[in-house]
Design a protein. Sequence first.
Length: 621
Amino acid sequence: MTPVTQALLVLLLPLVSAAVIALFLRRQGGIATLVSVSVAAALAAVSLNLILGGERFTASMEWLRFGNFAVSLGFKFDDLAAVMLFVVSFVGFFIHLFSTGYMREDAARGRYFGGLSIFMFAMLGIVFADNLFMMFIFWELVGFSSYLLIGHWHERQSASDAAKKAFIVNRVGDFGFLLGILMCYWVHGTVNLTELGATHDGGGIIYSRLIPLLLFCGAIGKSAMMPLQVWLPDAMEGPTPVSALIHAATMVAAGIYMLCRIEVLMVPDALQVIMWVGTTTALYAALCAIVQRDIKKVLAYSTLSQLGYMVAAFGLGSSSFELNGVAIAAGVGAAMFHLTTHAFFKALLFLGSGSVIHGCQHEQDIFKMGGLKSKMPLTFWTFTIGVAAIIGMPGFAGFFSKDAILLLALQKNPAVFAILALTAVLTAFYMVRMWKLVFFGATRSEHAAHAHESGFSMTLPLIVLAVLSAVGGYSGIFGRIAGSVAYLVPHAEGADHTTILIVSLAVMIVGAGSAWWFYKSDATDTLEAKSRGLFRGLTVLKESFDVLYDYYVAKVQQRFAMLLNFLEQIFLAGLIIRGCAGLVGLMGLGGRALHVGSLHAYVYWFLFGLVLLWAYAAGVF
């Protein structure tokens, strides 16, 4: 089987699964589960063979043509795609496996697994896309499948609202993304990623800045950067495996992957904007996470913060290094390295939270848990590895990828370095806060008192992801796959590695130690009790964007829409359409009055015409 055939098989397998489930198995939950999980396993196996095969290739075919404009569908499989394919296929498979236990009692699990399959198809389309038009098609399909999965429990109003919110907010970013694609084609004459890399000439001062920033709008929506971050915390209304797959490992990472794909279009001014958007989001989300009580929302804001790290890294990477004669941006390497390790430990943390929620009979408030270390030992130890990875404990995956970003920031922008270091302190603080409140102390609710360890189908993915979170940062551990990742890691010359190591250890110890000392294992939020002003300020910070958008929609957009509707009814529908129709009707009425078929009427009209003619001749008019 040729590599192109393997890539086509990888892409089409989940589409076939989704079609079979949608057409025949929506009410057959058990069979639908078997089909979806089996396809996910086959997908992971073929993907691994494709990645380890070593061949990198491009292939395309024309899909649509309108005159000189053609849309192609094709594959661009390089080391960057190999890294993303590994993340999507393997993390996706273990999330499918976890879902078999988590969703076992769900009456609509056939629909759920069908949604997972269509999401995998859409995400793989983004991974393989060789041009921006193809990427946009699958980009929108990812948004649609996300809408389905977030709103899986649509009978709950909160889930239904969250799905609509995610869909609408992403459309805002996608509008800018589409404008960027169209402008890119207009300026460069192509949106093929390989051709852009070979022929990119800037396109002038305005367009060279506008095109990458418009394309970045797509990443702002999909990766939930400020100011479009509001949809991601609400998306936690979906099933927890969905949160792990879409909102931790793959969908939100699509924005980072897209940025790395279009790195050739970037100019310093655009990179500066991207860098500060990512840095600001990282700090903002970390501050918001401190006041969260819902275990999944803590992880949601943590995801926002880590995505901010990746975006900031990309924006910092204006310099490049040579690899086999090819210039590789340092920011691309740092961003993709952290994307990869983050997929491991954040999927682990989300699935671990799902195990906790499942064991506690769907309790999600961390202040109503406690004492789960002894009741759920396997979940505890794997979750602990995830926490160690995300806070940057030496030796774990997050330690290496976070330090790569801090190293780049130290070299490029001291202000960004300081903010990201502060964010690392906050990360350690809120993660250890959650870890302590969930697993230590006495149980603080009836649900926690009767908690139990999850079944094998849920704990096996935790074990595998824990291993990846522990060793995922070591070069060479995955052979060819690690070679793809290692090739992307920035080669910073002359950097003070000792400084980074000291800072990394210091921020982890300060953040983790402060949380362990500050928070007691009881049902009271210590920060709220001891510093109401700070707690309230952070809560307002979290809610400020939703309040602002609610005000805008209700007071500005809605009133402007009412004004436009009024003008449309009066001028367009009234004066122009009804007015013209009324004038034509009046003329028709007059015309009909002249043709009534009555001799007397014709005589009267004849005499009336003679009078008018005489008056005109006499100069009356």
